[in-house]
Design a binder for this molecule. Structure first.
Ligand code: NIG
Ligand code: FE
Length: 415
């Protein structure tokens, strides 16, 4: 999808409204510039500001027009389970008819069912499915995607999924971050202790040796793993350089937020049932809170209280949680709209959550997530007046053009 006609330098003018989304400045500090222009060289941002302040040397440059559109940093989806085989639409219907997520899982459905379908799937079929989703995500303005494993659930199958993630990198324009989630659930052929032993003694060293993952994640929940399991598994990952991430407090308050703080996690994700004490522990330990409103909506759970996290001083990221069970959508703008309507973030806060805070939640904030000189020229143009207008109307996709490293990956490079 890369635009092979792109030049090494570029200039986008006639931007009606631009948000730089700098790292500091609070959850709603999005750095708005009206009537803006953006220049880049060799894939990196060179200058951004008011068009009337454009340095003379840049005025000579070949120019593309944003035709008054809104420009924001390329969106970052910091939590997806991108590599899986098969869908579970029948479970969606069963949940609507009254069965619970945990009951369906206990009857052989849920994560273990996707595990079976994933293990049976051909590796290239898994890769092509993931690549198809990434192509659609580029059309929504998404330029960086975190991909978790978690449907292999054996030494060989988890490594196979990590290799799929590695091998899709050169086949997609997006930046890809890889997370090991072997501790998703215990597979049926193992007891918990032997599975944890395999993860800590065999899998994590092999993953680290082959440099196949950036992070180590775990699902802490009834029917999955306990806080003590998390200490063992994430502790082992740490010794091999894999920073912890956690799925916590999704279906119950399991003191998961405090656990994430104790373990020095880069992020804690879900947090629907987190207490005030948990939020304060996260704020003190500077753990990023990842809001996943699509999962709350699909599981008919109370959503994460985004306002309470912002008030507690926790940086909040917003992501899709794309997976075939609890969140079968990769539509990050939709997740942002839901972060506003059900998790009570303002549109500006949701934008910061899907850009610089999301980039920080996956360790790439020095590279992407904000529009500042020196960072990657990853940005998207939307037909909206500003972020309030974008989040307020729920319309079909209004992303007109997506750029990664100064190259058009969706839309036309001509205008
Ligand atoms: O993040 N919570 C655990 N894992 C996923 C759901 C995976 C599935 O249902 O297949 C989540 O919601
Ligand atoms: Fe998840």
């Amino acid at each position: 999808m890369a635009d092979f006609h792109a030049t090494d330098t570029g200039l986008l003018t006639d931007i009606g409204w631009l948000a730089t989304c700098p790292p500091g400045g609070g959850q709603d500090g999005i750095g708005v510039i009206h009537q803006a222009a953006l220049a880049w060289r060799d894939g990196r941002i060179e200058w951004v500001g008011r068009q009337s302040d454009l340095p003379p040397a840049l005025r000579e440059r070949e120019t593309r027009s944003a035709e008054g559109r809104m420009v924001v940093p390329g969106l970052v989806d910091c939590h997806t389970h991108l590599v899986f085989g098969g869908w579970r639409a029948d479970e969606f219907r069963r949940r609507l008819a009254g069965e619970s997520y945990l009951d369906i899982a206990a009857s052989g459905g849920g994560i273990q069912r996707t595990m079976r379908q994933t293990r049976e799937a051909d590796t290239e079929v898994l890769a092509l499915h993931a690549l198809g989703c990434l192509r659609a995500m580029a059309r929504l303005g998404i330029t960086t995607v975190e991909c978790k494993t978690g449907y292999g659930l054996s030494f060989e199958d988890e490594l196979r999924l990590l290799r799929v993630v590695r091998d899709i990198r050169p086949r997609t324009p997006q930046r890809i971050v890889s997370t090991l989630l072997a501790a998703h659930v215990v597979p049926p052929e193992c007891n918990k202790d032997s599975y944890i032993q395999m993860i800590t003694e065999d899998l994590i060293p092999a993953v680290a040796e082959a440099q196949l993952a950036d992070f180590n994640d775990i699902f802490v929940e009834e029917g999955a793993f306990s806080a003590d399991d998390a200490r063992r598994i994430l502790g082992a990952g740490r010794r091999y350089g894999l920073r912890p991430k956690l799925h916590v407090d999704q279906l119950h308050d399991g003191n998961g937020a405090a656990l994430a703080a104790e373990l020095g996690a880069i992020s804690a994700d879900h947090l629907e049932f987190t207490s005030d004490a948990g939020r304060q522990a996260m704020a003190r330990a500077e753990v990023i809170g990842v809001c996943l409103p699509l999962a709350s909506l699909y599981l008919h759970q109370p959503p994460m209280d985004g306002r309470a996290f912002v008030r507690a001083g926790v940086p909040v990221a917003v992501a899709t949680d794309f997976n075939p069970g609890s969140a079968p959508s990769y539509d990050l703008p939709l997740a942002m709209m839901l972060a506003c309507t059900i998790s009570r973030l303002t549109p500006a806060e949701a934008l910061k959550g899907a850009t610089i805070h999301a980039a920080a939640a996956i360790g790439v904030a020095t590279e992407t997530g904000s529009l500042e000189p020196g960072k990657a020229a990853d940005f998207a143009e939307y037909s909206a007046d500003n972020v309030d207008d974008w989040m307020y109307h729920f319309r079909p996709n209004v992303c007109e053009r997506t750029w990664i490293g100064g190259q058009v990956v969706h839309g036309t490079h001509l205008s």
